[in-house]
Design a protein around this ligand. Structure first.
Ligand code: 1GP
Length: 254
Protein backbone atom coordinates (compact mmCIF):
# COMPACT_ATOMS: atom_id res chain seq x y z
CA UNK A 1 0.00 0.00 0.00
CA UNK A 2 1.32 3.41 -0.92
CA UNK A 3 1.90 5.81 1.90
CA UNK A 4 -0.44 8.73 2.34
CA UNK A 5 0.68 11.70 0.33
CA UNK A 6 -0.05 14.48 2.77
CA UNK A 7 1.08 17.41 0.69
CA UNK A 8 -0.47 16.10 -2.50
CA UNK A 9 -3.76 15.65 -0.71
CA UNK A 10 -3.56 19.24 0.43
CA UNK A 11 -2.84 20.42 -3.13
CA UNK A 12 -5.88 18.50 -4.38
CA UNK A 13 -8.07 20.18 -1.79
CA UNK A 14 -6.67 23.59 -2.67
CA UNK A 15 -7.24 23.03 -6.40
CA UNK A 16 -10.82 21.98 -5.81
CA UNK A 17 -11.69 25.29 -4.19
CA UNK A 18 -9.95 27.92 -6.29
CA UNK A 19 -6.90 28.78 -8.37
CA UNK A 20 -3.73 29.14 -6.29
CA UNK A 21 -0.53 31.09 -6.37
CA UNK A 22 2.93 29.56 -6.08
CA UNK A 23 6.07 31.66 -5.78
CA UNK A 24 9.20 30.08 -7.20
CA UNK A 25 12.30 30.85 -5.17
CA UNK A 26 15.82 30.05 -6.29
CA UNK A 27 17.67 29.70 -2.98
CA UNK A 28 21.02 29.66 -4.67
CA UNK A 29 20.56 33.31 -5.55
CA UNK A 30 19.87 34.59 -2.03
CA UNK A 31 22.25 36.51 0.16
CA UNK A 32 22.85 35.34 3.71
CA UNK A 33 19.55 35.34 5.70
CA UNK A 34 17.51 36.67 2.79
CA UNK A 35 15.72 33.36 2.21
CA UNK A 36 13.57 33.43 5.33
CA UNK A 37 12.55 37.06 4.80
CA UNK A 38 11.51 36.50 1.18
CA UNK A 39 9.64 33.30 1.96
CA UNK A 40 7.73 34.98 4.79
CA UNK A 41 6.93 37.95 2.57
CA UNK A 42 5.39 35.60 0.00
CA UNK A 43 3.32 33.85 2.66
CA UNK A 44 2.17 37.07 4.33
CA UNK A 45 1.00 38.47 1.02
CA UNK A 46 -1.11 35.56 -0.10
CA UNK A 47 1.11 32.94 -1.72
CA UNK A 48 -0.37 29.46 -1.29
CA UNK A 49 2.89 27.58 -1.59
CA UNK A 50 6.56 27.93 -2.39
CA UNK A 51 8.38 26.07 -5.10
CA UNK A 52 12.08 25.98 -4.37
CA UNK A 53 14.67 25.22 -7.01
CA UNK A 54 16.77 26.51 -9.84
CA UNK A 55 18.53 25.41 -13.00
CA UNK A 56 22.07 25.86 -11.75
CA UNK A 57 23.82 25.52 -8.43
CA UNK A 58 26.42 28.25 -8.24
CA UNK A 59 26.74 29.20 -4.59
CA UNK A 60 25.89 25.84 -3.05
CA UNK A 61 23.33 27.49 -0.78
CA UNK A 62 20.44 25.24 -1.70
CA UNK A 63 20.02 23.13 1.39
CA UNK A 64 20.94 25.81 3.90
CA UNK A 65 18.42 28.25 2.42
CA UNK A 66 15.74 25.62 1.90
CA UNK A 67 15.93 24.83 5.62
CA UNK A 68 15.57 28.52 6.51
CA UNK A 69 12.58 28.79 4.16
CA UNK A 70 10.91 25.72 5.60
CA UNK A 71 11.36 26.96 9.15
CA UNK A 72 9.87 30.38 8.41
CA UNK A 73 6.53 29.53 6.74
CA UNK A 74 3.49 27.31 7.22
CA UNK A 75 2.43 27.05 3.56
CA UNK A 76 3.72 24.01 1.62
CA UNK A 77 7.39 24.18 0.64
CA UNK A 78 7.94 21.98 -2.39
CA UNK A 79 11.22 21.24 -4.12
CA UNK A 80 11.13 21.95 -7.86
CA UNK A 81 14.34 20.28 -8.92
CA UNK A 82 16.09 22.00 -11.77
CA UNK A 83 18.82 19.57 -10.84
CA UNK A 84 18.20 16.24 -9.25
CA UNK A 85 20.95 16.97 -6.76
CA UNK A 86 18.30 19.24 -5.18
CA UNK A 87 17.00 16.49 -2.92
CA UNK A 88 16.75 17.47 0.72
CA UNK A 89 14.65 16.52 3.75
CA UNK A 90 13.84 20.19 4.52
CA UNK A 91 10.69 20.34 2.40
CA UNK A 92 7.13 19.06 2.52
CA UNK A 93 7.49 17.30 -0.82
CA UNK A 94 9.38 17.21 -4.10
CA UNK A 95 7.79 17.60 -7.53
CA UNK A 96 9.25 14.42 -8.97
CA UNK A 97 9.54 15.55 -12.54
CA UNK A 98 9.79 13.61 -15.73
CA UNK A 99 10.28 15.87 -18.72
CA UNK A 100 7.59 14.25 -20.83
CA UNK A 101 7.87 16.79 -23.65
CA UNK A 102 11.44 15.62 -24.33
CA UNK A 103 12.84 12.52 -25.94
CA UNK A 104 15.97 12.72 -23.86
CA UNK A 105 16.11 9.55 -21.73
CA UNK A 106 18.24 11.25 -19.13
CA UNK A 107 15.44 13.73 -18.36
CA UNK A 108 12.68 11.17 -18.75
CA UNK A 109 14.09 8.58 -16.33
CA UNK A 110 17.89 8.84 -15.92
CA UNK A 111 18.04 11.68 -13.40
CA UNK A 112 15.20 10.14 -11.43
CA UNK A 113 17.07 6.85 -11.05
CA UNK A 114 20.00 8.77 -9.59
CA UNK A 115 17.90 10.63 -7.05
CA UNK A 116 15.31 8.01 -6.04
CA UNK A 117 17.41 6.28 -3.34
CA UNK A 118 18.01 9.62 -1.62
CA UNK A 119 14.32 10.52 -1.75
CA UNK A 120 13.62 7.18 -0.07
CA UNK A 121 16.37 7.72 2.49
CA UNK A 122 14.90 11.06 3.54
CA UNK A 123 11.30 9.80 3.47
CA UNK A 124 10.50 12.77 1.25
CA UNK A 125 7.05 12.85 -0.34
CA UNK A 126 7.56 12.52 -4.10
CA UNK A 127 4.76 13.87 -6.27
CA UNK A 128 5.10 12.34 -9.74
CA UNK A 129 4.87 15.26 -12.17
CA UNK A 130 4.57 15.25 -15.95
CA UNK A 131 6.68 18.26 -16.83
CA UNK A 132 6.10 19.82 -20.24
CA UNK A 133 8.21 22.56 -21.75
CA UNK A 134 6.40 24.78 -24.21
CA UNK A 135 8.08 26.98 -26.81
CA UNK A 136 8.31 30.51 -25.50
CA UNK A 137 9.88 32.80 -28.10
CA UNK A 138 13.38 32.50 -26.68
CA UNK A 139 15.77 29.85 -25.49
CA UNK A 140 15.43 29.58 -21.69
CA UNK A 141 17.89 27.91 -19.29
CA UNK A 142 15.73 24.85 -18.90
CA UNK A 143 15.37 24.36 -22.68
CA UNK A 144 19.11 24.54 -23.10
CA UNK A 145 20.14 22.52 -20.07
CA UNK A 146 17.65 19.72 -20.67
CA UNK A 147 18.81 19.14 -24.27
CA UNK A 148 15.24 18.98 -25.42
CA UNK A 149 12.90 20.63 -27.87
CA UNK A 150 9.95 22.40 -26.32
CA UNK A 151 6.46 21.67 -27.63
CA UNK A 152 5.31 24.14 -30.32
CA UNK A 153 3.50 27.13 -28.82
CA UNK A 154 0.33 26.81 -30.89
CA UNK A 155 -0.06 23.03 -31.16
CA UNK A 156 -2.70 22.49 -28.51
CA UNK A 157 -3.49 18.96 -29.62
CA UNK A 158 0.13 17.88 -29.14
CA UNK A 159 0.11 19.39 -25.66
CA UNK A 160 -3.14 17.58 -24.81
CA UNK A 161 -1.72 14.26 -26.03
CA UNK A 162 1.37 14.69 -23.85
CA UNK A 163 -0.61 15.67 -20.77
CA UNK A 164 -2.96 12.71 -21.22
CA UNK A 165 -0.03 10.33 -21.66
CA UNK A 166 1.44 11.71 -18.45
CA UNK A 167 -1.79 11.16 -16.56
CA UNK A 168 -2.24 7.65 -17.96
CA UNK A 169 1.31 6.84 -16.88
CA UNK A 170 0.26 7.70 -13.35
CA UNK A 171 1.63 11.20 -12.96
CA UNK A 172 -0.22 13.10 -10.27
CA UNK A 173 0.27 16.61 -11.57
CA UNK A 174 0.93 18.15 -14.98
CA UNK A 175 3.26 21.18 -15.02
CA UNK A 176 3.28 23.23 -18.22
CA UNK A 177 6.21 25.59 -18.29
CA UNK A 178 7.46 27.97 -20.94
CA UNK A 179 10.67 28.29 -18.89
CA UNK A 180 11.81 30.93 -16.48
CA UNK A 181 12.15 34.29 -18.18
CA UNK A 182 10.13 33.16 -21.21
CA UNK A 183 9.40 35.88 -23.74
CA UNK A 184 5.74 34.95 -23.72
CA UNK A 185 3.74 32.64 -21.45
CA UNK A 186 1.76 29.56 -22.49
CA UNK A 187 -1.37 30.56 -24.40
CA UNK A 188 -4.74 30.60 -22.69
CA UNK A 189 -6.08 28.30 -25.42
CA UNK A 190 -3.44 25.64 -24.77
CA UNK A 191 -4.04 25.79 -21.01
CA UNK A 192 -7.76 25.41 -21.58
CA UNK A 193 -7.36 22.51 -24.00
CA UNK A 194 -5.15 20.61 -21.55
CA UNK A 195 -7.31 21.42 -18.52
CA UNK A 196 -10.44 20.13 -20.26
CA UNK A 197 -8.78 16.79 -20.95
CA UNK A 198 -7.00 15.88 -17.74
CA UNK A 199 -8.28 15.19 -14.26
CA UNK A 200 -5.10 15.81 -12.28
CA UNK A 201 -4.12 19.33 -11.15
CA UNK A 202 -2.42 21.64 -13.63
CA UNK A 203 0.50 23.94 -12.79
CA UNK A 204 1.35 26.71 -15.27
CA UNK A 205 4.43 28.94 -15.22
CA UNK A 206 7.01 30.81 -17.24
CA UNK A 207 6.96 34.42 -18.40
CA UNK A 208 3.93 35.49 -16.32
CA UNK A 209 4.71 39.11 -15.56
CA UNK A 210 1.48 40.84 -14.55
CA UNK A 211 -1.43 39.99 -12.23
CA UNK A 212 -3.81 40.37 -15.21
CA UNK A 213 -1.96 37.68 -17.15
CA UNK A 214 -1.83 35.47 -14.06
CA UNK A 215 -5.60 35.87 -13.67
CA UNK A 216 -6.15 34.76 -17.28
CA UNK A 217 -3.98 31.67 -16.82
CA UNK A 218 -6.06 30.72 -13.77
CA UNK A 219 -9.33 31.51 -15.51
CA UNK A 220 -8.42 29.27 -18.46
CA UNK A 221 -7.57 26.35 -16.20
CA UNK A 222 -4.31 26.65 -14.26
CA UNK A 223 -4.91 25.29 -10.77
CA UNK A 224 -1.55 26.68 -9.66
CA UNK A 225 0.01 29.71 -11.30
CA UNK A 226 3.76 30.14 -10.78
CA UNK A 227 5.86 33.29 -10.91
CA UNK A 228 9.60 33.34 -10.40
CA UNK A 229 11.57 36.04 -12.18
CA UNK A 230 9.19 38.86 -11.43
CA UNK A 231 9.95 38.57 -7.72
CA UNK A 232 13.71 38.53 -8.12
CA UNK A 233 15.21 41.86 -7.15
CA UNK A 234 11.75 43.17 -6.34
CA UNK A 235 10.97 43.55 -2.68
CA UNK A 236 7.57 45.17 -3.09
CA UNK A 237 5.12 43.04 -1.07
CA UNK A 238 2.25 44.75 -2.87
CA UNK A 239 3.16 43.02 -6.12
CA UNK A 240 2.90 39.59 -4.50
CA UNK A 241 -0.44 40.59 -3.02
CA UNK A 242 -1.73 41.73 -6.40
CA UNK A 243 -0.75 38.44 -8.02
CA UNK A 244 -2.36 36.43 -5.21
CA UNK A 245 -5.59 38.44 -5.27
CA UNK A 246 -5.88 38.25 -9.06
CA UNK A 247 -5.42 34.48 -9.06
CA UNK A 248 -7.70 33.90 -6.06
CA UNK A 249 -10.59 35.53 -7.88
CA UNK A 250 -10.93 32.30 -9.83
CA UNK A 251 -13.12 29.95 -7.80
CA UNK A 252 -13.71 26.35 -8.87
CA UNK A 253 -16.90 25.42 -7.11
CA UNK A 254 -19.17 28.12 -8.50
C1 1GP B 1 9.77 28.55 -14.30
O1 1GP B 1 7.46 28.51 -14.13
C2 1GP B 1 8.59 29.09 -13.64
O2 1GP B 1 9.88 27.19 -14.11
C3 1GP B 1 8.59 30.57 -13.47
O3 1GP B 1 8.94 31.32 -14.59
O4 1GP B 1 10.58 32.98 -13.74
O5 1GP B 1 9.39 33.38 -15.91
O6 1GP B 1 8.18 33.55 -13.73
P1 1GP B 1 9.27 32.90 -14.48
Amino acid sequence: MGKIMKTYKKLLEMAEKRANYFCLLDPDKFEENEAAVIAKRCEDNGADGLLVGGSLMINNNFEKNLKLIKESVKIPVIIFPGLFSCVSPYADAILYLSLISSRNPQMLIGEQVRSAPLVKHYGLEAIGTGYMLIESGNSTSVHYLSHSFPLPHSKNDIAVAHALAGEYLGMKIIYMDSGSGAKFPISNEMINAVKKNISVPLIVGGGIRTPEIAYKKALFGADFVVTGNILEGNDDPELIREFAEAIHQVKRND
